[in-house]
Structures are given as C-alpha cells and as structure tokens.
Design a protein around this ligand. Structure first.
Ligand code: DAK
Length: 259
C-alpha cells in the first residue's frame, strides 16, 4: 500500500518491518493523515505472520516534533470530539507485536508520546525528548502526563510538563525513559539489533509477554499477577514452548515457528 506521509518496508530485515515517518520539512509533525496511515500500517503489519517486530523511526533531525500545530490551531473542542483522534492512538497502543522507536533529533509533544507508546526506545546521542505543549497554551493529551510520569517519576515529569524543557538522550536514559543511547550514526542499526533479538524468540510468547508487561501499567499488582499467570499457562499451548525447551536440552538454537 502507498502512503503519503510514511514509508513502510515490510521486510527491512528478515521478520523485521520498518516504518519511517516522512514529513521531513515539518520535522515529522504528526498531522491527522500521518497518524491514520501509521495506524493502518501497524494494523496490516500486525496481521502479517512474516513480521515479528516493528521499528518506527523518523530521520536524523526529528523522530517527530509533535502534533501538527498548524492543523490544530483553529480546532474547536467539538472538532476534536468529532475527529476522535484518541481512537487512532489507542489502536496504535493495541499493536500486538513489539514496536521499537528508533529516535534521533526531536521527540516532542505527540512525538515523545508516540515514542512512549512503543515498547522500547533506542536513541541517538543527539535525540531530545520533551513535552513542550505548555508553551503553546495546552498540555499533553496523548499520554504525556501518564506514561512519562510512570517512566521517569514525578519530579522530572512535573518539570518537563510544567516548563516544557527538553531532556537529552543521556538524561532520558538515566531517568529510565529509553533503553539505549548510541552514537548518531548507529541508532537505526542498534534498533535493528534489538529487533533481531526479539524476532528470534517465539512470537506467541513475545505477544503474551508484551501484553503482560503492559498490564503492569494498567492494573493493581494482584490483577496483574493473575493476568501474567494466565498468559504463562497459555505459552504451554504452543509448539514453540516444546521447541524452545527441547532445543535447550539438545544444546541447539530453537527454531520458533509462531505456532
Ligand atoms: N507542527 C507543525 N509544524 C512544525 C512543528 C509542529 N509541531 N514543529 C516544527 N514544525 C515546522 C516549523 O513550523 C517549520 O516550518 P516552516 O516554518 O519551515 O514552514 C519547520 O517545521 C522547521 O521548524 P523550525 O524552523 O522551528 O526548526 P528549529 O530547528 O528552529 O526548531 C523545534 C525546532 C522542534 C524546537 C521547533 O520547531 C518547535 O518548537 N516545534 C514545536 C514543538 C512543539 O511545541 N511540539 C508540541 C506540539 S503539541 C492528541 C494527540 C497528541 C497531541 C495532541 C492531541 N490527540 C490524540 C487528540 C499532541 C500535541 C502536541 O504535540
């Protein structure tokens, strides 16, 4: 399928798909169409059995500098309700396969929120993260006050959300927002390395494990443990469980088929 604002390579590497946000002149500002395209691409990759891990990236200057301010400027609350963009963001969150954000340059506002919707974040040394909505008279609306606070804690989240200050990739790493920081020229390679590790595992276990980790953000401990237990039992219904354990005993690499 051809998209206007994103580029999709379904098999950038075996089992790994790459989505590139592609509005470079606007620093990948997330307009409505781009978000709809992203949702549609993720849904299609989620259905594709050949894909086991998805990377979302931008370019060296920007992962995404936020929602498109020019498109938002004249909106009324009624417009926002009618458009119901939250549905799009919620669908992206529902991607069952692991999604890695490969971030260089700006990840601001909705761009930072999009990176946080992903399961892991790999960043270049020059990446900058921020929730600067406060500077344009609004506040984060797609998880910036919730996911950021859960990731970095109240002190830093409060400062970022109330002052709009950006943090560097190193600060983001120290605060627990991102997984890895690497030199600028390596961030995409590093994301592929991580994706390759994930793609080598049993896709069924990966799916159930991802769901279970995300549950930790959304429930209390007892409910989360119960959910984890059910998913743990479920992994034993797969042939991959037999293959994984057999391979361990036979001292060889497992060949996971996703069944
Ligand atoms: N929207 C539209 N255009 C943008 C943009 C943005 N967020 N960010 C940059 N651009 C455009 C600039 O207007 C400029 O376009 P031209 O003037 O050349 O036509 C071009 O990209 C290059 O930008 P600059 O000339 O400003 O480049 P600099 O290097 O000088 O500065 C910057 C880079 C990233 C510091 C600066 O561009 C900047 O501050 N950008 C805005 C950052 C920001 O405030 N982001 C938060 C936006 S609010 C929702 C979900 C999410 C959201 C809302 C609702 N729902 C589900 C309902 C999210 C809201 C936001 O993200």
């Amino acid at each position: 399928m051809n998209y206007e604002f994103i580029l999709v390579d379904e098999q950038a590497q075996p089992h790994i798909a790459l989505i590139r946000l592609n509005r470079p002149k606007e620093l990948n500002a997330l307009n409505l169409q781009l978000m709809l395209e992203l949702k549609s691409a993720l849904q299609s990759l989620d259905q594709n059995d050949a894909v086991r891990c998805i990377i979302i990236t931008g370019n060296e200057q920007a992962f995404a500098a936020g929602a498109d301010i020019k498109q938002m400027e004249s909106r009324t609350p009624v417009d926002l309700i009618k458009i119901d963009q939250f549905e799009t963001w919620d669908q992206i969150r529902k991607t069952s396969k692991p999604v890695i954000a490969a971030v260089s340059g700006f990840a601001l506002g909705g761009g930072c929120e999009l990176a946080m919707l992903c399961d892991m974040i790999v960043a270049s040394e020059s990446a900058k993260f921020g929730q600067p909505e406060i500077k344009i008279g609004i506040m984060p609306g797609a998880g910036g006050t919730q996911r950021l606070t859960r990731a970095v804690g109240k002190a830093l989240a409060m400062e970022m959300v109330l002052t709009g200050k950006f943090i560097s990739a190193q600060e983001a790493h120290a605060a627990g927002l991102i997984n890895r920081v690497v030199p600028d020229e390596l961030y995409l390679d590093e994301a592929f390395k991580l994706a390759k590790e994930v793609a080598a595992m049993s896709p069924i276990s990966i799916r159930l494990a991802k769901e279970s980790v995300l549950k930790a953000f959304e429930t209390g401990l007892q409910e989360g443990l119960f959910f984890e237990r059910k998913n743990f039992y479920l992994t034993f219904t797969s042939e991959d469980q037999k293959e994984g354990m057999k391979a361990f005993i036979e001292k060889r690499k497992p060949d996971f088929k996703g069944v």
